[in-house]
Design a protein around this ligand. Structure first.
Ligand code: SF4
Length: 188
């Protein structure tokens, strides 16, 4: 039997009307589907990827994330997410995710596991070394010598994943180190 466009629209209109009146699909015997997030613990968060800052709802079960989706009450994205944000769940649940610090020494062909304490001390020592080596105290402009207290051996790069307070601290830290090359990932 061929269905004309008019009959098709009439049919779907009747079905939609039945749903609107009864709150159920018109098909006899069909059962409402259970929400897969029913009974799970929910919390809200912000997508860490870009400066759009989409709101998300995170569902957890026994402390483990089992679903992440767009937050319909969030004024920015109103429930939608881009493909990257929609896949955020895979960052939390991924057997390939690194959870320990890996270090490869200069010239070495292997990665070693290191503690966070060791890594922080190492980074602090290298930053201090670089700052001391590249520190510019004064600069001549024309015939005048100016005090600049600038660190030319380092750059700082912020990212959209940082919130206001983290950006504030990041900027303060950069300037305390004498860094003039302070940039944001979204401008690159
Ligand atoms: S969901 Fe996409 S657009 Fe929204 S903040 Fe994340 S990366 Fe940006």
């Amino acid at each position: 039997m061929s269905i004309s466009r008019r009959n098709f629209l009439k049919g779907t209109g009747i079905a939609a009307g039945a749903v609107a009146i009864t709150g159920k699909p018109a098909q006899a015997g069909s059962q409402p589907r259970q929400m897969r997030t029913k009974g799970l613990q929910t919390s809200t968060t912000i997508c860490p990827y870009c400066a759009v800052g989409c709101g998300m709802i995170v569902h957890t079960k026994g402390g483990r994330i089992v679903n992440i989706e767009g937050d319909p009450d969030h004024p920015i994205n109103q429930g939608s997410l881009c493909s990257k944000g929609a896949a955020l769940f895979q960052v939390a649940n991924n057997e390939r995710r690194l959870t320990k610090v890996k270090y490869r020494a200069a010239g070495s062909d292997r990665w070693e596991e290191k503690s966070w304490d060791w890594s922080m001390d190492r980074m602090a020592a290298l930053m201090k070394e670089s700052r001391d080596k590249n520190f510019v105290a004064t600069e001549m402009i024309g015939t005048t010598e100016y005090r600049v207290n600038r660190n030319d051996g380092m750059a700082f790069l912020g990212a959209a994943a940082l919130d206001n307070e983290e950006c504030y601290l990041w900027g303060k830290f950069a300037r305390a180190m004498g860094v003039g090359y302070l940039e944001h990932q979204a401008r690159i």
